[in-house]
Design a protein around this ligand. Structure first.
Ligand code: SAM
Length: 218
């Protein structure tokens, strides 16, 4: 299944230059075959670049699935650690097996609904990656934001929702809640006084937000 809203030749040009570890690429192909939604390669590649540029060494991920994105990000850090949250027990187990097979020890999986689980986390992160239920991004943000280090980055994936965010007719009831929530979330991010956010039309759409604590100059 390919839900990419972009020109296929463009996507092929970008992804044609990527060379991921064969085990991780196998994980992605298997996820696609089983209709498990995972991050698009070109989006993951931008996040990996951000990890390098910003010297990210700790990531909180909301939405593990089978651990594909976490594996890609982990491989980009030198001594990094990831905490990743997944509400489906079967996916959490599969992700744990994948991390073990890759020898990725510093990835901790927390099983449960992120809205509940985040409250129990007692550490700070350089990056927060939001990639779970699309109607709940604002709730994930509110819970996770206090755990972000000053100077850190929040990446929200799927903000275009296969084009729904752009083209959706609000008079159609189906999906209305999801579209309203995502449009509201984008507006919120872009007007947040402590964030500099850019919306990137890559993959299914990334919002990248840099956090700089407000300082008073009076
Ligand atoms: C898009 S997939 C994550 C893909 C993964 N980040 C990757 O790219 O490899 C979204 C995952 O979020 C999980 N999820 C949805 N709502 C959640 C919640 N409230 N708390 C934790 N996990 C949730 C789903 O079960 C699903 O596995």
């Amino acid at each position: 299944m390919n839900n990419n809203i972009h020109d296929e030749n463009l996507v092929n040009l970008i992804t044609g230059h990527l060379c991921d570890k064969p085990e991780i690429e196998k994980m992605r192909k298997m996820a696609v075959e089983r209709n498990i939604p995972v991050i698009q390669r070109e989006s993951a590649d931008i996040i990996r670049l951000l990890i390098r540029i910003a010297h990210i060494e700790s990531i909180l991920e909301i939405g593990t699935a089978i651990g594909y994105s976490a594996s890609l990000f982990y491989g980009e850090m030198e001594n990094g650690r990831i905490t990743t949250i997944e509400k489906r027990p079967d996916s959490a187990i599969e992700a744990a097996e994948n991390f073990k097979r890759l020898g990725y020890r510093n990835i901790r999986i927390l099983e449960g609904d992120a809205i509940d689980v985040i409250s129990g986390i007692d550490e700070k992160f350089d990056m927060i990656f939001i990639d779970a239920g699309k109607s709940h991004y604002r709730e994930y943000f509110d819970k996770a934001f206090p755990l972000l280090n000053n100077g850190g980055i929040i990446v929200s994936d799927n903000i275009l929702m296969n084009g729904l965010t752009l083209n959706y007719d609000m008079n159609v009831r189906k999906n209305r809640t999801m579209v309203r929530a995502m449009r509201g979330y984008i507006k919120f991010l872009c007007s947040h006084p402590s964030l500099k956010t850019t919306l990137m039309p890559v993959g299914d759409g990334l919002a990248v937000s840099h956090y700089q604590k407000e300082t008073r100059n009076e």
